[in-house]
Design a protein around this ligand. Structure first.
Ligand SMILES: Cc1cc2nc3c(=O)[nH]c(=O)nc-3n(C[C@H](O)[C@H](O)[C@H](O)COP(=O)(O)OP(=O)(O)OC[C@H]3O[C@@H](n4cnc5c(N)ncnc54)[C@H](O)[C@@H]3O)c2cc1C
Length: 536
């Protein structure tokens, strides 16, 4: 199967690119799950944008949004990229509205929320299910767009490049090996223009706010294909994930209580009912996420408690049901009434700030391979992402990547491709080996949680690295020995991504942004640039 554009990923980044690209050629969009199984569809809080004067918060400016983003990024943002993306935010909102997204309004204007790290109200939202609203509007548009095909349950295994086929004089993409999960068949999908939009890697950790699909496949595939990867040590932990020890199933374990709840006045309390956050930062509960997550982690370790609490009980009755209906209803389903008693919460892995090194146009170190959205490291987030900047980045970058591709690789002008070998299947894994796969999944995620999470030390990182080397060996045996399936492929990708997180973390000899190490507790001691991993 050949298409002008092959898009791997069906979240905000992949779909907004695909809708626009279909005006210029045939587009195939792959998703390894069903279409609404993405970080995008799970996003709650909203999308940040400074709207034109008269529509934005009084006194808010693009310069302030840029300053807040740079402040959160702790000296590692690329200022030019930040400016470019933020200046295009208002146009992006127009585009999303044009595709049918319905943001909340009051008095005929968009109602704007506030989140941690933002100095003004500038978050457009659709109640507390903004991501679902955006994803549904994009899907509806995509389904009505000619020349655009979405293939569900199609798992991209690896990129095919001239370099991988042995060329030493050029390295460009030719396509991907794709597992059709319903039949078990692996097909070659050809394209000279591939967009990686596979999202993040929250599933590398035991506790995460991400859906099961977030296994870092794009970073792992790009790394195996020879692309450069950067800043993987910067994994953002969301401070407020519902703590539910009786959890049954991933949704119950990963339920996020949006930052917007704190933006609207909720406070964080310890077991004694005291607001402990002002002793960690003068902004209290509204300090940036890394500071709040570390404060909670420290408080939990100091007191030996299992969790801390997010208190909204002072709000008028009915407030939660009106402003945050999805969160309120879901918590009720888990047996907790947020209007009656404070919500038990813990921090959890949430967002991957690093990723495949990509220019402000989404180009990577491999010709024809573009990376946008959470999988990419463009320089917008630096050492820590400002809340609600990622849906924005995904949509803006889609536009920028497409105009670059059209200029450099216009559809219809394909380069001759060398013959691509068919996929070779291994044998079926016996059931006792399957147990090992699940065991390795658990071991990996617990190792990352215990040794590579909010507070790090070189000793813990090295210990994790040692365990990862063993897992590498075992996973290689599964991968080459048995017929591939989604579990083996995701485990293989998680091991690759977890190793990159550890390697990057060990290389960073300072605490910066969301990388905090007790070996260098003074922040920004030695100025370090991006942690770039290259393959030779
Ligand atoms: C609970 C939660 C709340 C959030 N709230 C906000 C918020 O309020 N504001 C904000 O800006 N951001 C928020 N974020 C972050 C934001 O949602 C994501 O960063 C953003 O949606 C990522 O979009 P994406 O298109 O890059 O990836 P995703 O939306 O994650 O999409 C990735 C796609 O790639 C597919 N895929 C992955 N691997 C493969 C493979 N091997 N083969 C085929 N397909 C593959 C997946 O199936 C999926 O379709 C939140 C995230 C979570 C988890």
């Amino acid at each position: 199967m050949t298409s002008d554009f092959l898009v791997i990923g069906c979240g905000v980044a992949g779909l907004s690119f695909a809708i626009k690209a279909a005006a210029h050629g045939s587009v195939t969009v792959l998703t390894k799950n069903k279409v609404l199984n993405s970080n995008t569809a799970w996003a709650q809080g909203g999308i940040s944008a400074v709207l034109p004067e008269g529509l934005c918060d009084e006194g808010d400016t693009i310069e302030k949004h840029i300053a807040d983003t740079l402040d959160a990024g702790a000296g590692l943002c690329d200022e030019e990229v930040v400016r470019t993306i933020i200046e295009e935010a208002s146009d992006t909102i127009d585009e999303l509205v044009g595709w049918g997204t319905k943001f909340d309004r009051s008095d005929d204007r968009f109602s704007l929320g506030k989140e941690g790290g933002h100095s003004a109200r500038r978050i457009l939202h659709a109640k507390d299910t903004t991501g679902h609203e955006i994803a549904s509007a994009l899907l509806e548009t995509a389904r009505n767009t000619p020349r655009l095909t979405i293939l569900e349950d199609h798992f991209a295994i690896d990129l095919i490049t001239t370099g991988k086929l042995g060329s030493v004089t050029e390295d460009r993409v030719l396509g991907a090996y794709v597992l059709q999960q319903l039949t078990g068949e692996v097909r070659v999908m050809r394209s000279d223009r591939i967009l990686l939009a596979t999202g993040g890697c929250g599933k590398a950790y035991l506790y995460t706010t991400n859906p099961d699909s977030a296994t870092g496949d794009g970073v792992a595939m790009a790394w195996r294909a020879g692309a450069s990867i950067a800043n993987m040590e910067f994994v953002q932990f969301h401070p407020t994930c519902f703590y539910n020890p009786a959890a049954n199933g991933p949704e119950a374990r990963s339920f996020l209580v949006s930052e917007a709840v704190r933006g609207e006045g909720a406070t964080l309390l310890n077991e004694k009912g005291e607001d402990f956050t002002p002793s960690y930062d003068k902004r209290g509960s509204l300090a940036p996420r890394d500071i709040v997550a570390r404060a909670i982690d420290t408080e939990i370790k100091k007191t030996g408690a299992n969790c801390v609490y997010l208190d909204v009980t002072h709000k008028p009755k009915g407030y939660m049901a009106e402003r945050f209906p999805f969160i309120y209803k879901t918590l009720l389903e888990f047996g907790h009434d947020a209007e009656q008693s404070p919500i038990p919460i813990v921090p959890a892995a949430h967002y991957q700030c690093g990723g495949v090194v990509a220019s402000p146009e989404g180009t990577t170190s491999i010709r024809g391979l573009y990376a946008i959205g959470e999988v990419a490291c463009t320089g917008l987030h630096g050492a820590n992402r400002l809340a609600s900047n990622s849906l924005l980045e995904g949509n803006v970058m889609a536009r920028r990547a497409l105009s670059d591709i059209l200029r450099r690789f216009p559809p219809g002008k394909n380069s001759p491709a060398p013959p691509i070998p068919d996929w070779e299947h291994g044998d079926t894994a016996p059931p006792d080996e399957l147990v090992n796969i699940y065991h390795n999944w658990d071991e990996l995620r617990r190792t990352m949680w215990d040794y590579v999470s909010i507070v790090r030390t070189n000793k813990r990182l090295r210990r994790a690295g040692f365990r990862l080397r063993n897992l590498h060996r075992e996973v290689r045996e599964f991968y080459w020995g048995y017929r591939v399936n989604a579990d083996i492929l995701e485990l293989r990708n998680l091991v690759a991504v977890a190793s990159l997180i550890i390697d990057c973390a060990i290389r960073r000899k300072e605490s910066r942004g969301i990388h905090y190490t007790l070996d260098f507790p003074e922040r920004h001691q030695h100025y370090q640039h991006d942690t770039i991993m290259r393959r030779f």
